[in-house]
Design a protein around this ligand. Structure first.
Ligand code: FES
Length: 108
């Protein structure tokens, strides 16, 4: 959305160098809760809460397939968080993400 946001809403979850090294950045205990950022600082970034909506396992990012996969019961989610394959029925929560200086910041 285009709504201006108060500074302070954005939470730092890591550095752009960390993200660019592997194409993903997992911050399990960020101030915003668990956050998984995928992509690179130079290209499109996506940030989700990686907690599977089925039973709470942490999903993994499959870069080649461009989807999130849950190791527990096989649910899969698209890069937009939407369910591709059950048993999960609800989308992953997504966050806005951007680079600020050398930091990756997200807004719940
Ligand atoms: Fe993820 Fe069951 S907890 S598929």
């Amino acid at each position: 959305s285009q709504t201006p946001s108060a500074s302070g809403d954005w939470q730092t979850v890591g550095t752009s160098a960390e993200l660019d090294k592997t194409g993903q950045l997992l911050a399990k205990n960020s101030p915003a809760g668990p956050v998984l950022v995928v992509g690179t600082s130079k290209a499109a970034m996506t940030a989700v809460n990686p907690t599977c909506t089925h039973a709470g396992c942490t999903v993994a990012w499959k870069a080649e397939a461009k989807k999130f996969a849950c190791p527990c019961h096989g649910s899969e989610y698209g890069v937009d968080g939407k369910v591709l394959k059950g048993p999960a029925t609800e989308a992953l929560k997504t966050y806005a993400a951007k680079i600020e200086g050398n930091s990756v910041v997200v807004k719940p």
